[in-house]
Design a protein around this ligand. Structure first.
Ligand SMILES: [Zn+2]
Length: 381
């Protein structure tokens, strides 16, 4: 059960995206040309993508197919989780190997909002959540947080600022739920314990800590009636506990990746954006270690790159999203086994330095026509 102390948490999840974005029509040829500059052989490269199952990821896959001249292998599970048990088959399908991992987030240019995406095939072309899997995973945490925002109240008692906390939020033996960091919120007694100054029927009243009072301002506590804590319940004041199946790459893998950061995610103005970034960071770190160990990849050239796909909702006359890729990190392995990781800034520079011209790219329409014109092959039974 993930139940992490503050000092185990990374202070900030996510990575810079400003100035880091690249449209897929530029990213795909640059990635291909980078591979060639590393000695990858044209016609012998098997790309693989670890994308969510969302159809919005189709356009990036088409661009990769066009520039690498073959349909990419599939390393992806819903939410942008890498299926590392597919390394073996991927390794045997090409001489030189590429894996592109990307979690994704929608963007609506009209409202300038992340996390939403226009679904052209719905009855009224309405907007829906994107990534839907991430949205679904964080919903439970958002509900818990909302309850807490409304049921932790600020008031005063005998001239002192106090915090009224619903009893449900004080049960420390709860297997699941939002757990308040009481040490930060309320004053401790001489023994270092948080003791209520008053008991109510469904809540307890505590003296507010000097730190919290100073942070939010004394005037918040002086009203005639108690006021909900609302936005003042910041990420440093709580964490989550939840029973999640620990199965690696199982249906709860994404939630497992995110739970330690959930207090940051749900208090962020763009929760699905930051969640997608955090998932990419965790999947890169986890996956490169599995590539290093994979027998099938030994003695092979490999380029593993992870980033974020931003799916810009299709505009009038467009079939596909105008997807942008934000690189996060890469792992490069030579045939002799030497390898290195490349951090975001160097990775962006490396990609940007590549030509966007790709003479090896294929004409997909022509390739489809060749298949349509080909002589029938009878399947012998
Ligand atoms: Zn998705």
């Amino acid at each position: 059960m993930p139940d992490l102390a503050a000092d185990m948490l990374q202070p900030e999840g996510g990575f810079p995206i400003r100035g880091m974005m690249m449209r897929y029509n530029l990213f795909a040829p640059r990635l291909y040309n980078w591979c060639k500059s590393l000695g990858f052989e044209a016609g012998k490269i098997m790309p693989s993508r670890a994308f969510c199952s969302d159809e919005s990821q189709g356009y990036p896959i088409i661009m990769l197919a066009k520039h690498f001249g073959t349909f990419p292998f599939n390393h992806g599970r819903v939410g942008g989780i890498v299926a590392t048990d597919r390394h073996g088959p991927h390794a045997s399908h090409g001489q030189d190997l590429v894996i592109i991992q990307a979690s994704h987030v929608g963007y609506d240019p009209q409202t300038r909002r992340f996390g939403t995406y226009r679904r052209l095939q719905t009855t009224d072309q309405e907007c829906g959540s994107n990534c839907g899997k991430i949205h679904h995973v964080i919903l439970w945490y958002q509900d818990e947080y909302q309850f807490c925002r409304e049921n932790v109240l600020l008031h005063h008692l005998d001239g002192k600022p106090v915090i009224v906390i619903d009893n449900q939020l004080l049960r420390e033996d709860r297997p699941e739920g939002l757990i308040l960091r009481l040490n930060k919120l309320v004053e401790l007694d001489a023994n270092g314990l948080h003791r209520p100054v008053k008991m109510l029927s469904t809540a307890k009243v505590y003296t507010a800590s000097a730190e919290f009072t100073a942070k939010v301002g004394k005037s918040l506590f002086t009203g005639k009636s108690a006021v909900p804590i609302n936005d003042h319940l910041s990420a440093d004041l709580f964490f989550f506990r939840r029973n999640i199946s620990p199965v690696e790459e199982g249906s709860h893998h994404l939630e497992h990746n995110l739970i330690r950061f959930m207090h940051q995610i749900i208090t962020n103005p763009n929760p699905t954006l930051i969640a997608a970034q955090i998932n990419t960071q965790i999947e890169f770190d986890r996956t490169f270690r599995t590539i290093v160990k994979e027998h099938g990849y030994q003695g092979k050239r490999i380029l593993f790159i992870a980033g974020l796909n931003i799916d810009i909702s299709p505009q009038s006359g467009q079939l596909f999203p105008l997807t942008k890729f934000i690189p996060w990190a890469a792992y490069v392995q030579e045939q002799d086994g030497s390898h290195r990781t490349i951090e975001q800034e160097e990775l962006l520079q490396t990609l940007t330095a590549q030509s966007t011209e790709n003479p090896d790219q294929i004409d997909l329409e022509e390739a489809i026509q060749i298949m349509a014109d080909a002589t029938e092959v009878k399947i012998e039974l």
